[in-house]
Ligand binder design. Sequence first.
Ligand code: C2E
Ligand code: CA
Ligand code: CA
Ligand code: CA
Length: 276
Amino acid sequence: VKAQGRGNYGFHTPELSAQAAERLELEARLRQALGNEEFLLHFQPQFDCVSGALIGCEALVRWNTPDQGLVPPTRFIPLAEETGLILPLGDWVLRTACRQGMCWLDAGLVLETIAVNLSARQLLQPDCVDCIEQALTATGWPAHRLKLELTESMLMGEGDEVEQRLQALRALGIRLSIDDFGTGYSSLAYLRRFAIDELKIDRSFVRDIPAQRDDMEIAATIIAMARNLKLRVIAEGVETEAQLEFLRERGCEAYQGYLCAPPLTPEAFAARFGPR
Ligand code: C2E
Ligand code: CA
Ligand code: CA
Ligand code: CA
C-alpha cells in the first residue's frame, strides 16, 4: 500500500481512483449519448433448424462513440443498469426495433418475431407494461411479433408484481423467452409459475460441441425439457455445421449464430434477407 495523505482511507488507492474517474466519465458520456443519437441497433437473424428459413431476429444495441468507435454492449449495459439509464435506453431500443420491423414489413420482409432484450431494471418499473404497450401502439408493430428476452435471475425471488406484469405482457400477445438459459439460478419452479414461451440455450453450452460431452448432454437435456414442457427452444452462438447438426438431431427448433450471420446493420439485413 502506498503512502497516503491525511484523510485518505485504504480503498482510495490511485488505481481505484483512476477506475472510479473512468467510470464517472463513461457515465457522463452515456447520459449524453442518447440525446446525441449515438446508439444504433444491429439485428442478428434467427433460423429454423430444419428448414433453414429465416424466422426472426434479435435486436442488439451498439454505441457509436465519436472517438472510440463502436463500444460493445457488455461495456455499457451494466453501467446503464446501475444508473437507471437503461430505462430510457431500453425504451429507445424497443421502439427502434419495432419501427425497423414495420419498415421491413412495408418493404415485404416479413419477420415472425423481433426479439428485444429486457433488463431487470425495466421489468421492475411499475409502468413497465404500459411503456411496452405504448411502444407497440406508437410504432404499429403487432404484439404477437414481439419477443422479450428475460434472464432467469429476473424471475427468481421476485414478488407477485413481476408475475402479474409477465401475465399482462402475455395477455397482450407478447412472447417471452428465457435468455442464457442454464447459466442462472438452478430452480426450475419458475417455468411452471411464469407463462414462458421459449428457452434460449446459452452460447456457453453450444460453443464446445462436439468436443465437450458434458455440454452436449446439457444442451440435449435443455432441448428435451423444453419439448416436454411444450416450450420453444432456440440455441445461440451456433458457429459450426457440426453444432447445428447436433442441435437439429436433438430436436432444437431454432438457432442464431455466426454460422449463418453475425448481428447485421439494418441495411445489411435487408440486403441479405429482403425481397429482391
Ligand atoms: P445476449 O443477449 O446473450 O446476446 C448474444 C450475444 O452473442 C451478442 O453479443 C451477439 O453478438 C453474440 N453472438 C451471436 N452469435 C454469436 C456466435 O456465433 N459466436 C459468438 N462468439 N458470439 C455470438 P453482443 O451484441 O455483444 O451483446 C452482448 C450482451 O449485451 C447481450 O447478450 C445482452 O445481454 C446485452 N445486450 C445487447 N443489447 C441489449 C439491449 O438492447 N438491452 C439489454 N438490456 N441488453 C442488451
Ligand atoms: Ca439476448
Ligand atoms: Ca443470450
Ligand atoms: Ca449468452
